[in-house]
Design a protein. Sequence first.
Lengths: 326, 339
Amino acid sequence: MSQGNLLEVDNLITSFDTERGMLRAVDHVSFSIPHGKTVGIVGESGCGKSVTAMSIVRLLPQPSGKVLGGEIRFMGEDLLHASDKRMREIRGGKIGVIFQEPMSALNPVHRIGRQVAEVFRIHKDMSKKDAWDAATEMLDLLRIPAPEKRMMDYPHHLSGGMRQRVVIAMALACRPSLLIADEPTTALDVTVQAQILDLLENLQSDIGMSVMLITHDLGVIAETCDEVVVMYAGRVVESAPVEELFGNPLHAYTQALLRSIPTLETPPKSVLPTIPGTVAGLGEHTHSCRFCQRMGRKSSMTRERPKFKEVQPGHWLEICKECSNL
Amino acid sequence: MFKPVSEFPLLTAEDLRVHFPVRTGLFMKQTGAVKAVDGVSLQLGVGETLGLVGESGCGKSTLGKALVRLLNPTSGKIFFDGREITHLGQGALRPLRRDFQMIFQDPAESLDARMSVRSLVEEPFRIHGMGNRAERKKWVDDLLETVGLSASSAEKYSFEFSGGQRQRIGIARALALKPKWLVCDEPVSALDVSVQSQILNLLVDLQKDFGLSYLFIAHDLSVVKHVSDRVAVMYLGKIVELADSETIYRDPRHAYTKALLSAVPNADIKVKRKKILLEGDVPSPIDPPAGSAFGHRMSHPRYEETIGMDLSLREIAPGHWVAADPTCLEPEDWEKLRV
């Protein structure tokens, strides 16, 4: 991995302590986010994409969630061994985080203004008045109409799209170097989604930040990301620059995922290719290739873990006899 | 009068309106109304899928519920199989309910967690007093097989299943009474893509096997295009464009349809389309603009003209209906439609 990376995640292992023992949700995940680029993390629910994000910013559900191994380096700093105090400075300061459902990130009983200004008060140590002005400016930057009036509103006064803008305003208040966006537009209409994605793209080049975009929507990935990481059952099965991944997918899972979505070009009512079976539950995963396990292949019974290798410059692939098409 | 023609209409709605009263103050005086569905006319043919798209809050779910009489229409008429059902009481509706069913978005919430899959799927038979125990058992087993669930799943509970399998249980329940048409309200939007394609394939297969008609409500335009024969685009309680699905995606005429289509993220990396970005949100259906609702959102210079104008659907090409609205059409299309 090169020096040009803002964030490097190396062999991350995250487990949850449950009644059924330690369940490994993220299993040796490695990827990196270069400066100023957008990296998409894609996969089905339960593949560990959100847990990976939460591990980076130390927001795992407590006390059950634990990072058991690996390394996370952000701007050269080892995040896994940073103090809690340091992590609080980084979260919201250097790393902004936005979640899928904006309502759960906003406090329903406080005015928008107070919540956005709070970020400036805490991270920038501003006076009440300065923080309020900075917050108004931030709402304006996110093209929220009549920002002075919106500052006095409560979250329930706003539409879903406007709420998500407020959450983005809070995440970007300190001009972070990295924005982690976990399904930021999934709950929104396509028209509003297009507005928000356009806005994020513009802000990204203004601020010069990197974005880690978690989504299950391959369309969103294709339109906004520079690089893509495909996760399956807690592991990265493939990662590559976006044109390479869509043009030359090498892992059977990536290929199946790309085939199974209807596009506006698919013949109507034709049979869509499907992926048979279901993802095995946490704790039932095989040690070897997990997509083989889903397909019910015998090769999934072996104990050998598939290697994750760079097969072409920038194109990483989990090597499995059955699943990788080299 | 607008009549989009289906050769054999199974269902016809004429100028349907569903308004919810807004009550305020101490004596709960009615001060206004949410015009969720405001003058919708449509027809659904036998074996046809009509897709219904639009942003959240445009009234598409309300329309679906009103058509199966889960909500009472404020005015307008609904005909099913040639019989008017707009004002039938619950008792008179019950035998008809066999013919129309609904599939909901979130299968977890529409299935009772304390009932086994067998009793869930059997419930419609019991309500309608059909069959004896042995017969019902066989019917349930057949239904589970039809929707691709193993016979052993009958004794389990819905929470033991994944989202896709739960949706299959919901579909089995809806199919139990051999309905003629189904309202599918966002049936796949809560599912992962790989599971989504399984459910879409199932719905398409069932339609072929049983000659079902669907009203397919979804916000994912690629999904709607995939399953629909015709597509209706809804904006603020009204249908603004309706055509066969190929036409509406290839040659949209209404500015809102164009914007909606351009906003769909495209997984084809080689195609870069220009997006039409809409400003703002859907206006409130409590106090809709007096003229063209979409013209108002776009702050169109000709908006004032549309106040009081008849903006109903007119046929611009055979089978292609669009709202006659000068603020939302290309000038040459508007010239064709103005009377």
